[in-house]
Design a protein around this ligand. Structure first.
Ligand SMILES: Cc1ncc(COP(=O)(O)O)c(C=O)c1O
Length: 419
């Protein structure tokens, strides 16, 4: 339906499909200014004593939206996962399974707790952790699994929880992209033992920086609170002393996050409507594969909308596609590298201490995760959520740009040789 103008590609000097920028993020209104002003005037800006009134309110409202009974607000969505590990007693020498396609924080967090991240490949249909790969990575040192709900997808939580139960493992859901998402009508982050959310400025619920950790039990939440509050006791008896540090959420952040929650349902609805429109329109573009729509994933959230291109159809890979799309005015990205290609795992430059007890997990040159490599090096195109906030025109421009690129793919493949 939405065919391209057959004019020359912007990357070849033609007119771009879209000239106006997509809407900025984050957004704010008078409510943010009032909330922050009230905190400033109260004199209680930080997170001590923990939790302050704004933090308490944010945690309660977040749980009302996401589900779950207990949560602890923190400084960001990396320490949330480190604290989850430590609250569950995971530490030196323990192994934690993480997906091969995610942000580096998913590996850094268990490492900060002293654990060893063991990488497992992804499911090519969702780009999330593949349950079969998890099973293959389990050893007698394995203590936890961190599935990441990536972009607009969720990992197969039925299969992951089955594996975890069978092997007595802790599950920490990395929900940095999954605010508002649901699996079988249960909130992301409430299926495992912990659900870790980032409120960093690019995230769909943001307070600039921040994080929140949903905990399955009161006991885990009390331990987590103690760890983020410099080890102070937060158990009922007030006697449990832990090694901790200051990972508290500040009151200023909590005030912003609470206002952001008020705006969230309307934003989520718009993203969902536009994503359904995008699904349909994209299915008509040759050489494009949309990721799986699993019916158990009853509520999608949209941090980024990821689709795959077939490089054989186009004659170039996703990097060239993203470059050409960007020239057409489309906000997009070619995504994360495969986890084992981050600097952290590069033998020449990494300062990662390879534990002498488990050197097999750090044989960098032997690491191979073909599905993650295919996504990271060939296929994945990550569309910004701002596209959805630009309404039908925002999506139509993406589709027009993709048709235009497809129609001119031979010329672009030629140009790509010199890019
Ligand atoms: C998948 C994933 N996990 C964890 C994080 C870490 O969150 P933060 O930046 O709040 O530490 C991010 C993003 O920043 C992320 O994208």
């Amino acid at each position: 339906m939405l065919k391209s103008p057959t004019s020359s590609l912007a990357v070849l000097g033609g007119a771009p499909v879209r000239t106006e920028p997509y809407p900025a993020w984050p957004v704010f209104d008078e409510r943010d200014l009032e909330a922050v002003t009230a905190v400033i005037k109260s004199g209680r800006w930080g997170g001590y004593p923990y939790p302050g009134p704004n933090t308490r309110e944010f945690v309660q409202r977040f749980l009302e939206m996401q589900g779950g009974e207990y949560a602890v607000a923190m400084a960001n969505g990396t320490v949330t996962m480190e604290v989850a590990c430590r609250a569950a007693g995971i530490g030196w020498g323990d192994e934690v399974i993480i997906p091969a396609y995610t942000f580096q924080a998913t590996a850094a967090a268990p490492m900060a707790a002293g654990a060893i991240p063991v990488i497992a490949d992804i499911d090519p249909e969702t780009y999330c952790l593949a349950p079969k790969a998890v099973e293959g990575a389990i050893t007698d040192k394995t203590k936890a699994i961190i599935p990441v709900h990536l972009g607009a997808e969720m990992a197969d939580m039925d299969a992951i929880m089955d594996i975890a139960e069978h092997h007595n493992l802790i599950v920490i859901e990395d929900c940095a992209h999954a605010h508002g998402a649901q699996w079988r009508k249960k909130g992301a982050g409430t299926l495992g033992h912990f659900g870790s959310f980032s409120l960093q400025s690019s995230k769909i619920l943001t307070s600039g920086e921040g994080g929140i950790l949903i905990c399955k039990t009161q006991e885990l939440a009390e331990r987590a609170t103690s760890i983020i509050d410099c080890g102070r006791p937060h158990d009922q008896a007030g006697t449990q002393i832990t090694m901790g540090a200051n990972y508290r959420m500040a009151e200023l952040q909590a005030a912003l996050a609470t206002v952001a929650l008020e705006r969230f349902p309307a934003q989520a609805q718009q993203r969902e409507d536009m994503a359904a429109y995008m699904d349909e329109a994209l299915s008509e573009v040759p050489g494009i594969r949309i990721l799986k729509r699993d019916l158990r994933h009853t509520q999608r959230s949209f941090y980024r909308y990821i689709f795959a291109i077939n490089p054989k159809v186009y004659g170039f890979d996703h990097r060239v596609m993203c470059y050409a799309l960007a020239q057409e005015g489309i906000s997009c990205w070619d995504g994360y590298p495969a986890m084992h290609h981050y600097e952290l795992f590069q033998p020449q430059i990494s300062r990662l201490p390879v534990p002498s007890a488990f050197p097999e997990h750090f044989q960098f040159e032997k690491m191979q995760f073909p599905e993650a490599e295919r996504a990271a090096e060939q296929e994945a195109v990550w569309l910004d959520e701002a596209i959805f906030r630009a309404g039908h025109k925002g999506v139509n421009d993406v589709i027009a740009a993709l048709h235009k690129i497809y129609d001119n793919r031979v010329e672009l493949a030629e140009k790509a040789k010199s890019l």
